[in-house]
Ligand binder design. Structure first.
Ligand SMILES: [Zn+2]
Length: 198
């Protein structure tokens, strides 16, 4: 968890206290960054153990956005790590594309890092966008309902950030790296008068 948080902070995707990071700890528990900790100062004492029902299992207060992580782990036993970043690109593009409810990333070779294809063109990635909500339980319920009907690999919250996951911390981090690269490309493209594709 600490390594994931430091990785994202170092790249400018989790400035100050923003962002939160978790790893599954067995079938019914997760380890998550504590509430209100600067991601540039994080250490092992700032990681909190909670159940997937969010009951505390050790000292510390989990991130206020822990319900968003727990909902993903409950929805799919194969999910082993969840990264939530507040990058410039995810914040800006999620606002820009909010009206359509989805951000499409098309024509990027890097998409293969997230959705591998054998030969042929890179796939189009569709990231659902949800309206922001300070009630993270209510937000997690809206997200779970929509994700259950899609094959999304990540989602955006409007004006807020990106959430990505994977079967283990290494692959979840790789998904985040690839998606943040794609979002940075898309932001540059918009600056140059090009896509948003829709
Ligand atoms: Zn957040």
């Amino acid at each position: 968890v600490v390594t994931l948080a430091r990785h994202c902070h170092a790249r400018g995707w989790a400035e100050a206290t923003s962002g939160n990071f978790s790893v599954r700890a067995g079938s019914d528990r997760l380890l998550i960054t504590a509430s209100g900790v600067d991601k540039g100062q994080l250490n092992e004492r700032d990681v909190v153990l909670v159940g997937l029902d969010l009951r505390p299992l050790g000292p510390g207060t989990p991130s206020a956005e822990a319900p968003l992580h727990a909902a993903l782990y409950r929805s799919d036993q194969r999910i082993g790590a969840v990264l939530h970043t507040h990058s410039v690109a995810s914040t800006v593009l999620s606002r820009r594309a909010a009206a359509s409810g989805v951000l499409r990333l098309a024509g990027y070779e890097m998409a293969k890092a997230i959705a591998p294809v054998t030969g042929g063109a890179p796939p189009e990635l569709c990231l659902p966008i949800f309206a922001n909500d300070q009630d993270s339980v209510a937000l997690s319920e809206r997200i779970s309902e929509r994700l259950a009907r899609s094959a999304a690999v990540a989602y955006l919250v409007e004006g807020h950030g990106l959430t990505t996951w994977g079967p283990d911390p290494e692959r979840a981090r790789r998904h985040t790296d690839a998606l943040e690269f794609l979002l940075a490309c898309e932001l540059e493209a918009v600056r140059l008068g090009g896509p948003l594709a829709s």
